[in-house]
Design a protein around this ligand. Structure first.
Ligand code: GLN
Length: 257
């Protein structure tokens, strides 16, 4: 048994867990375990004490407006612990409602202005209609050059919020089918350092193993461990290709497949 153990912080699983978001955490745990690395999940709810320095990776899922509002104050209060660690390379994946709360603010359909933690260079304004459906997008080159450029990501979106990037913000991907950040500029998600925000539920990571390993690789390198060795991902890429085919995009660069 390996002595290596990763600790994954799962923020607000009670309130922020839509469309199988929890499956992302299960994927990270399994993909670590398949490489002989133990993985422990620390669930953090409103008011819980957190030993931030112990975390190797942070995940937070999506939520309806009322759930976002229920966690927003608590989340903002944790920003002074979380943000310095993100600046030092702690990887984080934030989906939909969490993505919005990682930005500057979210103006809800009821006109409520919910301030975020302001780490991601985005702001979000709700509008009609909701942006719902399957998404195919192509990853942009990442700031630190990981070899996932041009590969597709597949997922499912359901959001009223339109998210806009501030000047200098780096989108994660270019929308091929679906709506992405705002339905107009064809961007999807944002990346800053090792923090990824995205609208893609689904769950995202089981059928996008390259993204799962990107996050795990960041966490492992931060510990000084070797990069994760490849796994047999035939099943994962089959799921990915099914989604591409459903959207009529069979020819795109799923790769790894
Ligand atoms: N409540 C937010 C919106 O509608 C986020 C929804 C979600 O997380 N799926 O935009």
């Amino acid at each position: 048994m390996s002595s290596r153990c990763l600790t994954i912080g799962h923020l607000y699983p009670h309130h922020m867990n839509l469309y199988g978001d929890r499956g992302n955490v299960i994927t990270l745990v399994r993909r670590a375990e398949w490489r002989g690395i133990a993985a422990r999940v620390v669930e953090v709810e409103v008011g819980d004490r957190v030993s931030w320095a112990d975390l190797d990776l942070v995940f937070m899922g999506g939520g309806e407006d009322r759930d976002q509002e229920a966690v927003a104050d608590d989340f903002r209060a944790r920003a002074h612990d979380l943000i310095p660690l993100l600046d030092q390379g702690l990887p984080m994946l934030a989906i939909c409602g969490a993505y919005q709360l990682m930005g500057e603010y979210y103006l809800t359909a009821r006109g409520e202005r919910v301030p975020g933690v302001g780490y991601l260079p985005i702001y979000t304004v709700a509008a009609e209609p909701r942006l719902i459906g399957n998404v195919v997008a192509e990853l942009f080159p990442l700031p630190n050059g990981e070899a996932v450029w041009g590969r597709t990501v597949v997922g499912f979106e359901n959001h009223g919020g339109r998210t806009y990037l501030n000047a200098g913000g780096r989108p994660l991907a270019r929308v091929v089918t679906g709506h992405g950040n705002n339905g107009t500029d064809r961007t999807e998600g944002v990346i800053r350092g090792h923090v990824i925000g995205t609208y893609l539920h689904g769950s995202l990571l089981p059928k996008n193993p390259h993204l799962a390993d990107l996050l795990l690789g960041w966490a492992m390198r931060r510990r000084g461990w070797p990069v994760p060795e490849p796994l047999d991902d035939e099943l994962e890429w089959t799921a990915h290709r099914v989604m591409l085919a459903r959207e009529g995009k069979k020819g795109l660069a799923a790769r790894g497949s």
